[in-house]
Design a protein around this ligand. Structure first.
Ligand code: GAP
Length: 462
């Protein structure tokens, strides 16, 4: 593996957290009650960003693929699902508590000497023995709180796909190899939640399970690894901040034959962004065994040969991707104002396909009929693009506000607009401006989005 570069970007978790709150990307959950740890709320810009990341992933996985279909399965599933999947038995973290200050730690993430000496790294108090702690949230369905009514909040979306695999083959006449994609909430009772929205108890996943014939799994695994890497490059993520991490024997999940993580260089260091797993025939074999149903595939084109498919999984965190894109897009740039003085701007250089606002329409002045024309321009654009309108304050300040929200294009309506129906189109990254006819705007902006290059590596990229 190449030598690990240190993080040299301009984002810090403090800056990202503060910007996210200030601009309405992400708020602490239940803040007025002191906050709920492990949970976050997505404000107007955050909800738009999350929806656009999800829409882009969904488009890539379903619309642009011949053999992948979508699913939206329930969060609550039959409890046998989680016995079959191995989560009841194996989905645990090693946990230790401090008897004195009651702090709780993951044993695999604390200093070796604290464990050996059984000494709390925070207060020096005595630590308990390490015990296994299951990460699934358990609750009850119906009026009676007993074992027979236990249900779990799903800790991964994947199992909803496996239990529906036969339904989908039958209803959609799918033939192996094929995939099923799903986006949805997942829940884990994480012992340690820190680094903003990186590791939370409630989060969203974008998972795709690809069903293949045994013996072809390694080839498909390789192909999906390449495709998932290319996806992040298409979003403009600098390859210098991406790397592969292969799971060693001690790290492999109970279901995995082979597993790689795509890691991203966050401000706090390299961390997992997405897992690509060869899950072998573990899941379908276990569901077959626990449900008593025959989940083998019948290959009608091959003398009705029966086999249990292998599964190649691509599993990305939606909320974690959002954090990665905030870090990746964050930039601070020295600029020169019109009067020649130095100024700074904070800019989020989102790829236009995920930017929460694509075009902001700004009247130069709040008078002389300019706001009315600007609103009319916005009406023309809103069917095709996500838009914003802002007439408050000096135009330079409004550009800065849009830069900070990551808006790639601003359209300014000025006095010339009244004469010849042209506007100024301003580009976020270069701050260049050009004159465009109102009638040509949708076509021009569409063309700019299609031609958008991955941003040139910033000077801060290691
Ligand atoms: N179905 C396989 C699976 O769930 P995972 O590696 O446990 O595999 C996949 O999770 C992805 O889900 C991770 O790469 C990460 O992006 C996201 N993820 C997992 N736990 C998370 C958490 N507590 N908070 C936010 N995202 C999480």
């Amino acid at each position: 593996m190449a030598e690990t570069p240190a993080y040299q970007g301009k984002a810090t978790m403090e800056k990202i957290t503060a910007l996210a709150k200030r601009r309405g990307f992400v708020f602490q959950s239940s803040e007025i009650y002191g906050g709920q740890s492990g949970a976050w709320d997505y404000g107007p810009l955050g909800a738009a960003l999350k929806n656009r990341i999800a829409a882009n992933w969904w488009r890539e996985m379903t619309q642009l693929e011949d053999d992948i279909v979508g699913l939206d399965a329930a969060i609550l599933m039959h409890p046998r699902t989680w016995e079959a999947s191995g989560h009841v038995e194996n989905f645990t973290d090693p946990l230790v508590d401090c008897k004195k200050c009651k702090a709780r730690f993951r044993a695999d993430q604390m200093p070796e000497e604290s464990l050996v000496e059984k000494k709390c790294p925070e207060c020096g108090g005595e630590l308990t023995d390490t015990r296994r702690f299951n990460l699934m949230f358990k609750t009850y369905i119906g009026a009676v709180e007993d074992e027979a009514n236990t249900v779990y909040l799903r800790p991964e979306t994947a199992q909803g796909i496996y239990v529906n695999y036969k339904n989908i083959i039958q209803s959609n006449r799918m033939k192996i190899p094929f995939g099923i994609a799903q986006i949805g909430k997942a829940f884990r009772n994480e012992i340690v939640t820190r680094n903003f929205i990186f590791r939370t108890c409630e989060f969203e996943q974008m998972e795709m399970q690809f069903f293949v014939k045994p013996g072809t799994d390694e080839e498909w695994f390789k192909r999906w690894k390449e495709r998932r890497w290319a996806y992040y490059e298409r979003l403009g993520v600098a390859p210098a901040r991406l790397r592969w991490h292969r799971h060693g024997p001690g790290e492999l999940a109970h279901y995995a034959k082979d597993a790689y993580d795509i890691e991203y260089l966050f401000p706090m260091g390299w961390r997992e962004l997405e897992g690509v797993h060869n899950r072998s025939d573990y899941d379908l074999s276990r569901h077959g065994e626990y449900s008593g149903k025959d989940l083998r595939y019948i290959d009608q084109e091959n003398a009705n040969e029966r086999y249990t498919p292998y599964i190649i999984e691509t599993s990305a965190g939606l909320t974690r991707t959002l954090l990665m894109l905030l870090c990746e897009a964050y930039d601070e740039e020295k600029i020169t104002d019109k009067d020649g003085s130095d100024d700074w701007r904070t800019v989020l250089r989102f790829h236009p396909v995920v930017a929460p606002i694509t075009v902001a329409v700004l009247p130069l002045m709040k008078k002389d009929g300019l706001p009315e024309i600007a609103r009319e321009v916005r009406r023309e654009l809103r069917a095709d693009f996500s838009t914003d309108y802002d007439h408050a304050g000096a135009i330079g300040r409004r550009y800065r506000r849009q830069d900070e929200a990551g808006t790639p294009f601003c359209v300014t309506v000025d006095y010339e607009t009244k004469e010849n129906r042209t506007v100024t189109l301003r580009f976020r990254d270069s701050m260049e401006q050009t004159r465009v006819g109102i009638a040509d705007l949708p076509g021009r902006i569409g063309a700019e989005i299609r031609a958008y290059p991955p941003p040139a590596p910033s000077p801060t990229v290691p």
